[in-house]
Write a protein that binds this ligand. Structure first.
Ligand code: NAD
Ligand code: UDP
Length: 334
């Protein structure tokens, strides 16, 4: 299939492009490099041995997107382009609604006018807010507490409305839990600009002495060791989930799927595993809880297993090993 990949130079996009190319799909990456680097595209070529079609541009530019869809004879779109920092979204909500909501609207309008109706959309477990029941199933009531989360929920609602109005759309909404790790080659991985917000990149930077220590945001949660519990998922498993979702789009639908492992690990368990695989001491301090954090969040992955024939295969050890391999091979990113 000819697949247009927006945000394809980013963390999840690059890993998904590798899987798409391995499965002999043709891809065209569109990225404005707001949060990524052209080198990432070259690394995808190095891993796959294939030339990658690439255009620098913005998803909010409808004319540009229409031209790419037409020239490339695009059959399906994977839409990763967007912003993802919760804290920044609270400080600058308009930017988040512009990139994440207006950007997706432009893309959908361009797709509609070119009669391309297959879409895989990057949503997030953040649409579940503070879940009342664990593990989280897809039909849990959706609510969220910050502009980033709302931008994802608004787009999900737009997609459901679109499908109701025109059931010939084929839409998979993927709700990611906590993507971590890197490709085995150590050529692609997460390359956060500035101080990372997420646990795993900070742990990796402390292990490699790029940062002195990390703060654990709270050890007084009602969890096994008092620290927050999350469902970490290896980025390659997540990427393969996208491939499976794309393959499921031979039938018209608008379905949401959890992409998680179903296993929850605490912050202290992650640190311990990372110390083990890196053979480094990871210094930390206990700090107060971070605003908006929930105690526990992990997926029920059964629906994705049944509908997409997909299951995460890689465990926490492999996530930490691959993250460490990427970190030591690329100590300052791309
Ligand atoms: P990322 O920042 O690494 O990748 C996003 C890519 O989109 C970047 O290359 C960036 O330059 C590009 N981009 C941003 N705005 C653009 C625009 N207007 N036009 C063109 N390109 C643009 O992030 P990621 O971790 O790969 O996340 C991909 C998607 O998944 C995002 O939509 C994000 O919200 C969502 N998501 C990520 C996580 C996570 O933990 N990484 C979790 C849930 C959901
Ligand atoms: N966390 C932490 N210190 C950090 C970053 C994260 O203790 O510097 C904790 C956070 O409170 C949560 C877990 O690690 O319990 C995962 O946080 P992350 O930001 O990676 O993911 P999210 O909270 O968005 O699921």
């Amino acid at each position: 299939m000819n697949v247009l990949v927006t945000g394809g130079a980013g963390f999840i996009g690059t890993h998904t492009c590798v899987e798409l190319l391995k499965s002999n799909h043709s891809i065209l990456i569109i990225d404005n490099f707001e949060n990524s680097h052209p080198e990432a595209v070259k690394r995808v070529e190095a891993i796959t041995g294939k030339k990658v079609n690439f255009r620098q541009g913005d998803v909010r530019d409808i004319a540009f997107i229409k031209k790419q869809i037409t020239d490339f004879k695009c059959e399906a779109v994977m839409h990763f382009a967007g912003l993802k920092a919760v804290g920044e979204s609270c400080q600058n909500p308009l930017k988040y609604y512009d990139y994440n909501v207006a950007g997706t609207l432009s893309l959908l309008q361009a797709m509609q006018s070119c009669n391309v109706k297959k879409l895989v959309f990057s949503s997030s477990a953040t649409v579940y807010g503070a879940p009342k029941r664990l593990p989280i199933v897809e039909d849990t009531e959706l609510h969220t507490t910050n502009p980033y989360g709302r931008s994802k929920l608004i787009v999900e609602d737009i997609l459901r409305d679109l499908y109701t109005s025109d059931p010939s759309w084929h839409i998979a909404i993927l709700r990611y839990f906590n993507p971590v790790g890197a490709h085995k080659s150590g050529l692609i991985g997460e390359d956060p600009i500035g101080i990372p917000n997420n646990l795993m990149p900070i742990v990796a930077q402390v292990a490699s002495n790029r940062r002195e220590k990390l703060s654990i945001w709270g050890n007084d949660y009602p969890t096994k060791d008092g620290t927050g519990i999350r469902d970490y998922i290896h980025i390659v498993d997540l990427a393969i989930g996208h491939l499976k979702a794309l393959e499921s789009l031979n039938v018209a639908q608008c379905n949401a799927y959890n992409l998680g492992t179903g296993n929850g690990y605490s912050v202290l368990e992650v640190i311990k595993m990372f110390e083990h695989v890196s053979n480094q001491k990871i210094e930390y301090e206990i700090a107060s809880r971070r605003d908006g954090d929930v105690a526990e969040c992990y997926a029920d992955p059964l629906y994705a297993m049944q509908q997409l024939d997909w299951k995460a295969e890689r465990g926490l050890r492999e996530m930490c090993e691959d993250m460490w391999n990427w970190q030591i091979k690329n100590p300052t990113g791309y």
